[in-house]
Write a protein that binds this ligand. Structure first.
Ligand SMILES: [Zn+2]
Length: 487
């Protein structure tokens, strides 16, 4: 059984009292006025801060940062205001008018070691909405039936508010840090990060240089009211876009032509859609299936264990691939996403185009896959054009780092019985530019969420259960204090 909320509260209260005593000893200058006097509440009451964080999250949801256009500076300024009230200075750097990054730092001393620093990061922008499909105002910050609804409630303003709560809790307690803790809010994550993380890394590395980072990308998975497992993202697939272009002779639609590009493109896409790249496991996915086998039902667990064996591998691959997420973790994938052809219903067009969104396993080159698709399509009227907007592959974060071990250990206490497993996300995150700079970055949205709630991300009625949000804030705070505060 998972730990009950009352147990969590007791545990938290205990830790808070210990931490508040420690805080009072080390940082008397930072004791806020309301915490003085005999009846003062514990300064590090992270539960209280999680209540405040819920309000910050509501406020952030109400600031529409749909990307495009983003306009994230409004949200960045809001965050700057919250930090300022705590006496924490922050800096906003604009990448382009109205967009950019916010950085703040809690310093360990005059000569901090950037290779030890911990970066808490989250993005300010959100994907757009189809308002007609929502049951509440997506930018209303509505709390209903125990859920906070709104675009960004999970992705990624929830994490932003949790980071903010943790950062502020460190400040309020005057925590004796053993490394710098940097707070970063970035723009443009949902559209390739050119105006956010890429800008931050290229132009302001001195402000965010770190050895470790906590970001979105992994999750705490909730099933039947109990945390099933904690998925820590340590690697991610690499996106690439390819256009499939069919050309033929334009003409009057009343005289059908065998070289009609619409017909050729449709046939090509059908073949591409049926293609399955071979299964390839890596360090992260091997450990993922090994760990998950322990919490899945006996049958699924059995096939997860068999996936890397020589005798039953083929059958195991077929069974595991029935789960679409696992299927996408096991191989390079190709999703046709856009079609474009014709200008009149009675005109055969000279060209028809399709867009393929490809997700490569890290380390796999694109060219052989495109060559394979060309081969399958086998049509001289079709050509493939690789688009220049692909991403770079980064090395995985190690599963041996102090931060990884701290997350696993804290999760054991916070969610007893639920194993931690490393994950490779099929989507990309802003961790890639960090991993390319040897940062050990881990993705972990700390809120326990069901598959159904996770499915609402980027979809309609995105929402976070209020209790899960609170639990997540406490979990994140405990990870960060275990890692960055001298015990
Ligand atoms: Zn996100």
């Amino acid at each position: 059984m998972g730990v009950g909320m009352s147990q969590i509260r007791l545990l938290v209260l205990g830790l808070c009292l210990v931490a508040s005593l420690a805080g009072a000893r080390h940082a008397s200058a930072q004791v806020p006025p309301q915490a003085q006097g005999p009846a003062a509440p514990p300064q590090t009451d992270i539960n209280k801060i999680s209540d405040e964080a819920l309000i910050w999250l509501q406020d952030l949801i109400r600031i529409n940062t749909s990307n495009p256009p983003g306009n994230e500076i409004v949200a960045a300024k809001y965050v700057a205001g919250v930090l300022q009230k705590e006496g924490i200075p922050s800096e906003i750097f604009e990448s382009t008018p109205g967009r950019g990054i916010l950085v703040a730092r809690l310093s360990v001393g005059t000569f901090p070691d950037p290779s030890r620093a911990l970066l808490l990061m989250a993005h300010l922008d959100v994907v757009g909405v189809d308002k007609t499909k929502w049951t509440v105002d997506p930018f209303g910050g509505v709390i209903k039936d125990g859920y906070l609804y709104g675009r960004g409630a999970i992705d990624d303003k929830g994490m932003l508010a949790a980071n903010l709560a943790t950062f502020i809790a460190l400040k309020r307690t005057g925590a004796r840090l053993n490394r710098d803790v940097i707070f970063l809010a970035e723009s443009d994550e949902e559209a390739g990060s050119a105006f956010g993380m890429k800008f931050a890394v290229e132009k302001h590395w001195d402000k965010i240089a770190c050895g470790f980072a906590l970001n979105e990308g992994g999750n705490v998975f909730l099933q039947n009211g109990k945390v099933q497992y904690v998925g820590i993202q340590a690697s991610e697939k690499v996106p690439a876009n390819v256009e499939v272009i069919a050309t033929g002779t334009s003409g009057h639609a009343s005289i059908p032509r065998p070289d009609n590009p619409v017909v050729h493109l449709a046939a090509a896409i059908a073949k591409i859609g049926a293609y399955q790249a071979p299964v390839q496991l890596n360090t992260i996915t091997r450990a993922y299936f090994e760990g998950l086998a322990k919490v899945e039902d006996d049958e699924t667990g059995k096939w997860m264990r068999a996936i890397d064996t020589s005798d039953r591998q083929d059958h195991a691959e077929r069974i595991i691939s029935q789960n679409l997420f696992w299927n996408a973790m096991l191989r390079d994938t190709v999703s046709p996403t856009m079609l474009q052809a014709g200008i009149r219903v009675n005109v055969i067009p000279p060209v028809a185009k399709a867009s393929l969104n490809i997700r490569l396993l890290p380390g796999n080159p694109l060219e052989p896959l495109v060559a394979k698709l060309k081969d399958i399509v086998n049509d001289p009227q079709i050509r493939f054009e690789v688009q220049p907007d692909g991403s770079e592959a980064a090395p995985s974060s190690t599963l041996e780092s102090e931060l990884y071990r701290t997350i696993v250990k804290t999760a054991e206490t916070e969610f007893p019985g639920a194993p931690s497993v490393p994950m490779m996300s099929t989507w990309f995150t802003d961790s890639t530019p960090l991993r390319l700079r040897s940062v050990q970055a881990y993705g972990l949205v700390p809120f326990p969420l069901t598959d159904s709630d996770l499915g609402k991300m980027h979809s309609d009625d995105e929402r976070v259960p209020v209790e899960s949000f609170r639990t997540g804030v406490v979990f994140l705070y405990h990870v960060v204090t275990a890692f960055a505060v001298s015990q």
